[in-house]
Every structure is written in structure tokens, then in C-alpha cells.
Design a protein around this ligand. Structure first.
Ligand SMILES: Nc1ncnc2c1ncn2[C@@H]1O[C@H](COP(=O)(O)OP(=O)(O)O)[C@@H](O)[C@H]1O
Ligand SMILES: [Mg+2]
Length: 208
């Protein structure tokens, strides 16, 4: 049975699409990922188009989906893939509820800032309502700043499950994305690549 991994967060710009692409690339060696783009902005599709333009092939399929098709698209992707990555738009509501019911694990990227923390609460409530297991991953974490631990503590005090792995604020993520790649391809051995490898390993452990 293919596992379904959904990247959701009501707040735009938190890093859903970036982290999804990174983790999918990192897991290509050990798994057969398939991507589903549910965001009408089609950012993940843009990344995939660039990936194919540069390499001739991507190493994984992507389906451009929508609310009324996503159930069928998940079933279809599960025929060839063992790990299905779903990229959600910022404001999802009805669509998200539908997807969460089919999700094994929700990854909720959040930057260590108050607006992201506020939006995270709403996202976690939606996941809980649909019985989906959810984990918050702190993204774009600066090298230092007391706000980081404050935000982490606040989320944990509210009952959020935070992944121990954190992702730094690094240009390598933006440049890899622009090249249709992952940092584990473009910046092997870098701190960014290590962070992504650790996050991917943690996700696989959680999926069992
Ligand atoms: N860890 C990071 N370090 C540096 N830039 C990042 C990081 N994560 C995301 N970004 C940048 O932040 C912006 C928003 O990220 P994106 O993944 O598109 O968010 P979302 O899909 O949640 O709207 C993009 O320009 C992306 O390059
Ligand atoms: Mg996005």
C-alpha cells in the first residue's frame, strides 16, 4: 500500500512546496515517489517542468490535480508509486479536509514567526478533525534568535508535535528549486543536504 504524505499549512510561503520537492528528491533512491499538485498556482508543477527541461526526465511522475479529482488521482498514482506527496495551496479548507482523510502523515512547515504559529494552529485543528497524524517542521530557521525557541515552546505547549529536525534559512534551497532539483543533488554534503536527509529519514520512520 502506498503511503500518502501531505504538505499543508494555511499560511502561504511557509515552505510546503520547497520541502516537499526536497524530501521527494532525497527519497528517490530508496522509494518510488509520485507527486500531486493541488495548488492552482502550480508552483510544484513549475519545478517539475524545469526538472524535465534540464534532465529530459524527472525520475518521478507529477499529476496536476484539483479538489474533485484528487481521490482518483491518489488511487492512480498508487499503482506505480509507494510514496505519494501532495502539495496543498495556502487556503484549502474543503479540499484539505478531503485530502486529509486519505493522508497517512501531514507535514506542516512553519517559520519561527508569530503569523506562521497562528496559522499552524488552524492547520493542526483541521488535521486532528480528520484523524490525520501531523508533524510541524520548523523551516527557514535563522542561525540564532530567542524567537525560535519561544515559537517552538508555544507550539508544543498547545499540543503540537514538532519534528526534532529543523531546516535552516539557506539560499541553497531557493537555487536548487529554481533548477528543478533538490539540494541532495545540487549541494551534496552541504548543511542543507544534511538537513533534508535527516528530515526525510524522520518522515520514513514515522510512516513505519
Ligand atoms: N529553508 C529555506 N531557506 C531559504 N528559502 C526558503 C526555505 N524554504 C522556503 N524558502 C523560500 O520561501 C519561499 C516560499 O516557499 P514555498 O515552498 O513556495 O512556500 P509555500 O509552498 O508554503 O507557499 C520561496 O521563495 C522559497 O524559495
Ligand atoms: Mg506552495
Amino acid at each position: 500500500m502506498a503511503k500518502v504524505l501531505t504538505f499543508a499549512q494555511q499560511k502561504g510561503g511557509a515552505g510546503k512546496t520547497t520541502l516537499l520537492a526536497q524530501v521527494a528528491v532525497a527519497l528517490m533512491r530508496s522509494h518510488r515517489p509520485a507527486l500531486i499538485d493541488l495548488d492552482p498556482q502550480r508552483t510544484l508543477t513549475g519545478w517539475m517542468d524545469e526538472r524535465i527541461r534540464r534532465n529530459g526526465e524527472a525520475g518521478m511522475d507529477l499529476t496536476e490535480s484539483s479538489e474533485w479529482r484528487v481521490g482518483a488521482d491518489i488511487s492512480k498514482a498508487a499503482r506505480d508509486a509507494d510514496l505519494i506527496f501532495i502539495d496543498c495551496p495556502g487556503v484549502a479548507d474543503v479540499m484539505l479536509n478531503r485530502v486529509l482523510r486519505e493522508t497517512d502523515l501531514v507535514i506542516v512547515p512553519a517559520q519561527p514567526s508569530a503569523p506562521d504559529v497562528w496559522a499552524t494552529r488552524a492547520t493542526l485543528r483541521m488535521a486532528a478533525k480528520q484523524g490525520a497524524d501531523a508533524r510541524v517542521v520548523l523551516n527557514r530557521v535563522p542561525p540564532r534568535g530567542s524567537v525560535i525557541e519561544e515559537m517552538a515552546a508555544q507550539l508544543e505547549a498547545e499540543g503540537a508535535d514538532l519534528l526534532p529536525e529543523r531546516i535552516g534559512n539557506r539560499v541553497a534551497f531557493a537555487s536548487a528549486f529554481a533548477a528543478g532539483a533538490g539540494v541532495t543533488e545540487t549541494a551534496k554534503g552541504s548543511r542543507a543536504a544534511e538537513e533534508v536527509e535527516a528530515l526525510a529519514a524522520s518522515i520514513i520512520r514515522l510512516l513505519g
